[in-house]
Design a protein around this ligand. Structure first.
Ligand code: ATP
Length: 367
């Protein structure tokens, strides 16, 4: 079993760079935790502190409930896989995978068995005799994985392990990696700046920005109820529509969100009314996903949001319409054929009632 806990962990480098700022994070036993954030936000530094390759400036890194700040890397039962995994070019695949076992003094017999088991699990059992130069990129990455898991670590640390591979292979390997770690039940911390990777692989995602942890939750939670405006804007493609609105509560009737020339109306019995009612008289930011906005006919009954289509973007499985609603631009998932022939400049109309299917949870906040 391995659990990881970061308690108020800060890392300030010698040149004064604050790479990690007072992070608190718990990783449960067997959990697949993804650290997600843009380049330079401190993800790798967190990983390196868990590995023992970097000392925290303040705070504690705890492994299995014990403070591990002074524990050398080799005593942490961890295996790391990096983006630039270096295989030994003169050794065969089998020897590369078995190398950590040889270092640990495991006899050739049991070593060979373990190599075969691991290579079989990774689907590279038939290339054990080859040299790394005779492998594809995906096979090389599997060898690196094999070398990492061969000693049955308690904790996997992976730093952008797929970023040097082409997109087809990345998708294939991300399913394999998350499947394999779950099968082995090994606690994993996986660093990436790729949100598709994060949302598809993670049990939970921790989103960082400039050294600060912004949000932690399951992929559904961080996507559907982002904790901060930053996370709301960062996660999801297309970007969540974020509209500034002033709130006006008509008690027992509805809540109006004034967007300037137009308004959105929430029925009073709508659960989302409660979420914004206490901002009466204030300006807030309202988050709406493109897929939560429903196209309706121009003359549909009820409150209809008027929009002018600027352009359409076809993605095969979906079409996105970029619209102006007054001074604000929004994006809508057209889902289907009703507006397929709509041309830029034509008026598209969106009804509210179905339009705002969710607010961005606590990201409904004053700008
Ligand atoms: P990337 O995805 O680009 O690897 P990251 O989120 O992993 O980025 P880190 O590598 O953890 O980010 O770096 C966080 C910040 O700390 C960056 O501003 C980086 O320049 C800085 N940094 C990293 N290592 C050092 C160092 N040894 N000395 C000074 N600053 C450093």
């Amino acid at each position: 079993m391995t659990t990881v806990a970061l308690k108020d962990v800060t890392k300030v480098f010698q040149d004064g760079t604050v790479a990690v700022d007072t992070i608190n994070l718990d990783v449960n036993d067997g959990e697949f935790m993804v650290l997600l954030g843009p380049s330079g936000c401190g993800k790798s530094t967190v990983l390196r502190m868990v590995a023992g390759l970097e000392d925290p400036s303040t705070g504690a890194v705890m492994l299995d409930g014990e403070v591990a700040n002074d524990l050398p890397p080799r005593e942490r039962r961890i295996a790391m896989v990096f983006q630039d995994f270096a295989l030994y070019p003169h050794m065969t695949v089998g020897d590369n995978i078995g190398f950590p076992l040889r270092l640990a003094g495991v006899e050739p017999g049991p070593r060979g068995e373990r190599i075969h088991d691991v290579a079989g699990a990774l689907g590279i059992g038939d290339v054990l005799g080859r040299k790394p130069s005779q492998l594809s990129g995906g096979q090389r990455q599997r060898v690196a994985m094999g070398r990492a898991i061969v000693r049955r670590p308690g904790l996997f640390l992976m730093d952008e392990p797929l970023s040097n591979l082409d997109s087809g292979l990345r998708a294939e390997l991300r399913a394999e990696i998350s499947g394999l770690t779950r099968e082995l039940g090994v606690t994993t911390i996986y660093v990436t700046h790729d949100q598709a990777e994060a949302l598809t692989m993670a049990d939970r995602v921790a989103i960082m920005r400039k050294g600060v942890l912004q949000d932690v939750g399951t992929p559904t939670q961080v996507y559907g109820r982002p904790a901060t405006l930053y996370v709301a804007a960062f996660l999801g493609s297309p970007r969540m529509n974020l509209l500034e609105a002033s709130v006006y509560v008509h008690l027992d009737r509805y809540v109006a969100l004034n967007l300037g020339e137009q308004a959105l109306y929430l029925p009073w019995d709508d659960i989302r009314s409660r979420a914004v009612a206490h901002y009466h008289g204030e300006r807030i930011v309202v988050g709406m996903r493109a897929e939560a906005l429903t196209p309706v006919a121009p003359d549909a009954p009820g409150h209809v949001l008027q929009g002018r289509i600027r352009y359409l973007e076809h993605h095969g499985h979906e079409s996105l319409a970029f619209l102006d609603i007054g001074a604000t631009a929004i994006v809508v998932d057209e889902m289907g054929s009703s507006v397929e022939n709509a041309a830029p400049g034509q008026r598209g109309l969106r009804r509210f009632g179905q339009v705002v299917q969710r607010f961005a949870g606590r990201s409904v906040e004053s700008p």
